[in-house]
Design a protein around this ligand. Structure first.
Ligand code: UDP
Length: 327
């Protein structure tokens, strides 16, 4: 079995590569290392079943031959984060839409057996119903969410029109070891863990009563492989923890002081996946609670040692455009 993981040097992709190697599949990782980190996969490079290709999915001619004879393609390569997507929508469109188009064309050419797309729960925007089902209204609030949703639509269209077997999994607030830390202000775990190491207060948004469906990366990765193995095609499926946890609860588990920062426009008070479709169609269920997941992270803090430490002031500066456009 030959598998291709785009974005395989990233947070979720590198955990997926680990699992696929453990399962004895051949793994080719394509990553341009713009967000992904080589350190995430260095432990795999000596493995004869593992290949790393540093390439950008925007370069069709470069990536196309890699898909020859591929059985499964996991398309995880994308630009993430809200703020830079507002500041630089062109790059997001190129990577998340044109890049996905290129991957699909290559998959179609070589008739891969299954493509699994990393969809995003951000497509639901501010949902009307909780837990949120896959047929809830689509309402992206910023270009990251929009471009990931357009990518998903492309995947489903290639599935329908060209008979490319495909599934999109919509992930809810994935966290775990190697959760990406970059120069940009990003997901809450990266921010809080760096603050913990620096013994600085956690920058809690609003009153901290908002809740998120924090889903541990090993559960997400098992869902990806289960989806690839299944006979399903043409389905969009939520992947979440079957729970929703407040930011205050997260802080309680991490331990430490708080400083409050303003509530952010365009963000929901709750994210919470209805995962009944995943449990029924894939026979998959999440296994890791937030309590267990946080404990795993607290035992693996080295990863955040060189991460940027955000504070009230630097966050206010970094999110200027967010407040300007989304208010
Ligand atoms: N959050 C926070 N402080 C931060 C960053 C995020 O309290 O410095 C909160 C934010 O309000 C949200 C949750 O953490 O409720 C998750 O935020 P993230 O940006 O990781 O994901 P998203 O808002 O896209 O679900």
């Amino acid at each position: 079995m030959k598998t291709v993981v785009t974005g395989g040097a990233g947070f979720i992709g590198s955990h997926l590569a680990d699992l696929l190697i453990d399962l004895n599949y051949e793994v080719i990782v394509i990553d341009n290392l713009s967000v992904g980190r080589k350190e995430n996969i260095t432990h795999l490079v000596e493995n004869s079943k593992f290949t790393f290709v540093q390439a950008d999915i925007c370069n069709f001619d470069l990536i196309e031959p890699i898909f020859m004879d591929a059985d499964w393609v996991f398309h995880l390569a994308a630009l993430a984060d809200i703020v830079p997507s507002i500041e630089n929508p062109t790059e997001y469109y190129k990577s998340n839409v044109n890049g996905t188009f290129n991957v699909l064309q290559a998959c179609r050419k070589y008739q891969v057996k299954k493509i699994i797309y990393a969809g995003s729960s951000s497509c639901y925007g501010i949902p009307d119903e909780y837990p949120t089902k896959e047929n809830a209204a689509i309402g992206p609030q910023y270009p990251y969410a929009l471009t990931k949703n357009i990518g998903e639509q492309l995947v489903m269209h290639w599935c329908q029109l060209y008979n490319l077997p495909a599934i999109s999994l919509r992930f809810f607030n994935v966290y775990g070891p190697r959760a990406r830390t970059s120069g940009t202000y990003g997901a809450v775990f990266g921010v809080f863990l760096a603050q913990k190491l620096a013994k600085k207060p956690y920058t809690v948004v609003g009153d901290g009563n908002q809740t998120r469906d924090f889903t541990f990366v090993s559960d997400v990765v098992s869902a990806l492989v289960t989806a690839a193995k299944s006979d399903l095609s043409g389905e969009v499926i939520n992947i979440g923890s079957n729970n929703t946890y407040s930011i205050n609860r997260l802080v309680e588990l991490l331990g430490g002081d708080i400083t409050y920062i303003p509530k952010r426009p365009g963000e929901p008070d709750c994210t919470w996946a209805d995962i009944s479709k995943a449990t029924q169609l894939l026979n998959w269920e999440p296994k890791v609670s937030l309590e267990t997941g946080v404990q795993i992270l607290l035992n693996n803090m080295e990863y955040w040692e060189d991460a940027p430490v955000w504070d009230k002031k630097s966050i206010a500066k970094a999110t200027e455009q967010w407040f300007e456009y989304l208010s």
